[in-house]
Design a protein around this ligand. Structure first.
Ligand code: HEC
Length: 142
């Protein structure tokens, strides 16, 4: 009985240690970006080309919700250098414009969100370009 209790306690303790250790790790760009991708596509589907189309209406709530989640995810990035931090900040700024416009649902909100979406996409790509290049450069150096 005592041995069994010791075992159970041991298992619980290891489980707690493992969850604690996992929660303590900072998420990588890859993990954060795969979350960003899902919401980015949601916003992109609402491209604002047909704001009053009854078959494909602009879903303000979906866009505002997706942008809100993305701002939170973007805030979780850890930065090793200033460029990384600066590009991530730009992503957050464009997301804030989308979030505010969509949540407000005012006249012209679709156009404002669509405009910010173009810049958002460029900012996401900017980071990928910079860090792809860095990876390749590192491989080339001895
Ligand atoms: C601060 C830099 C940075 C920003 C900003 C950024 N990314 Fe990324 N992203 C990366 C890096 C670095 C990788 C490559 C990760 C790897 O392969 O290890 C990546 C990979 C990805 C991937 C591939 C993930 C996979 O499963 O392999 C997707 C999709 C992606 N990003 C989408 C986005 C979107 C959408 C945005 C904008 C909302 C964004 N990213 C903003 C740095 C960034």
């Amino acid at each position: 009985m005592k041995v069994k209790n010791f075992f159970v306690a041991g298992i619980i303790a290891s489980a707690m240690f493992i969850t604690g250790a996992t929660a303590g790790f900072a998420s990588s760009d890859k993990e954060l970006c795969s979350k960003q991708k899902v919401n980015f596509l949601k916003i992109k589907m609402n491209n604002g080309l047909l704001p009053n189309d009854e078959f494909a209406p602009y879903n303000f709530k979906e866009v505002a919700g997706a942008a809100t989640e993305m701002i939170a995810v973007e805030g979780k990035r850890t930065h090793d250098d200033k460029t990384h931090a600066a590009i991530s900040k730009m992503v957050s700024v464009h997301l804030t414009h989308i979030q505010e416009a969509a949540a407000g649902e005012s006249e012209g909100a679709v156009e404002v969100a669509g405009h910010a979406l173009r810049f958002l996409e460029l900012s996401c790509k900017a980071c990928h370009k910079v860090y792809d290049t860095e990876r390749k450069n590192r491989k080339m150096s001895p």
